[in-house]
Ligand binder design. Structure first.
Ligand SMILES: *Cc1c(COP(=O)(O)O)cnc(C)c1O
Length: 377
């Protein structure tokens, strides 16, 4: 495959240190006592990243596994679940809930805005008999970050277990798991963390463990059953052979983020500069508020097909950008500026290529994208 600059909102660029770690010599992770400690220490580093004292697990499977495992382990047939829906992932969460027999109520809010906090507060005053609530921190397709710092404590006040998909925010947006009362936080290796796809990470609060371990009905399935992990360290036993090489890579990726004290600031600065660039150039952002600092979603200008932009960017400029799926298919362009991709030079290159692509297809802008970007930085 030809090498290109991948500016998609995950998977992101994997740096050399992480790639070297992936190639390290392995041991038998089921039997070598040193690996149990290595896994445990890696979980400790993820706890730092998530600002939590809760248990952390790393599961062998891409981010979606975390969403399904949380639903499979918490939800029993007939349980009432609130799925907060202001985008494709928020809506999709409800499908996992239903798969495990949950009775879903959707709290819908405008797809172009962050979750309507006041509306939700009013809704909860009348309807709060839920065991679990699911929500999404960063709605990656629409480029919106939701105010989970306000919403999760609100849900917790009613004793509702909070499950947050933070796959595309962990490391790139502030996340205070314990301070905000988040029972389960879900992450993936291939977004801001900038390790290859293949791992889920999650944190589980005491309240969530209590629900998982005290069910009326057994948990269906094995890979999605979190209860089998409860005493893994004490018993020095993993439910299945661990993907040791992937965990070596993830460890270095997490350390990189913890050492990078300016990472959140950089995401804010670059996120703002990318958005201002598009606006000043006369393009329209998809979100009207709640702008994400890890991904920007911009409306496709009239008179051009997404496929043409995508192909020209890749074939002529060797820059890989994303569109979106579901109802946003062929309507938007997405640029990821998360983790290893959140650097001025990379955005400059990507925007210069996008500018040339628009010019080629006769789309007139009020300024050159890369130059506008440089002015904002
Ligand atoms: C990337 C992502 C996931 C994982 O989904 P894939 O489509 O399999 O990559 C889950 N939730 C969110 C919010 C994501 O951005």
């Amino acid at each position: 495959m030809k090498k290109s600059l991948i500016m998609t909102p995950g998977p992101t660029y994997v740096n050399e240190g992480v790639r070297e770690a992936l190639a390290s010599e392995i041991t038998n992770p089921d039997l070598d006592p040193a690996f149990f400690d290595y896994y445990n220490e890696t979980c400790g580093k993820i706890q730092q990243l998530l600002n939590t004292k809760n248990d952390v697990l790393i599961l062998s499977g891409e981010g979606i596994l975390g969403l399904e495992a949380a639903c499979a382990s918490l939800i029993e047939p007939g349980d009432k679940v609130l799925s907060i829906d202001n985008g494709i992932f928020g809506n999709g969460f409800a499908d996992f809930v239903k798969m495990y027999g949950g009775e879903v109520e959707l709290f819908k809010s405008d797809y172009r805005k962050a979750i309507d906090v006041e509306g939700l507060e009013k809704f909860l005053q009348q309807n709060n008999n839920f065991k679990v609530a699911t929500l999404v921190h960063c709605e990656t397709p629409s480029g919106i970050t939701n105010p989970i710092d306000i919403i999760c404590p609100m849900l917790k006040k009613y004793g509702i277990i909070t499950v947050v998909d933070a796959v595309s925010s962990i490391g790139g947006e502030p996340l205070k798991t314990d301070a905000w009362g988040i029972d389960i936080v879900l992450g993936g290796s291939q977004k801001v963390l900038s390790a290859p796809p293949g791992l889920t990470l999650l944190s589980i609060s005491e309240d969530a463990w209590d629900k998982i371990l005290n069910r009326q009905t057994p948990i269906a399935g094995y890979y999605c059953n979190l209860s089998i992990w409860k005493n893994w360290y004490k018993e020095k036993w993993f439910p299945y052979t661990q993907p040791i090489s992937d965990i070596y890579g993830l460890r270095v990726a997490v350390e990189n983020i913890l050492e990078d004290k300016a990472i959140l600031q950089r995401h804010v600065k670059i996120g703002e500069a990318v958005r201002e660039t598009f606006i000043e150039a006369g393009l329209e952002l998809y979100p009207v508020d709640g702008f994400s600092n890890t991904v920007t979603t911009v409306m496709l200008p009239d008179g051009i097909a997404f496929k043409d932009i995508f192909d020209e960017m890749l074939n002529t400029h060797a820059v890989l950008i994303a569109g979106a799926f579901g109802f946003l298919k062929d309507k938007v362009i997405r640029i990821g500026h998360m983790g290893e991709n959140c650097y001025e030079e990379k955005l400059y290159t990507a925007l210069k290529a996008l500018d040339a692509t628009f010019t080629k297809y006769g789309i007139e802008l009020k300024g050159e994208l890369h130059k506008l970007f440089q002015e904002k930085m």
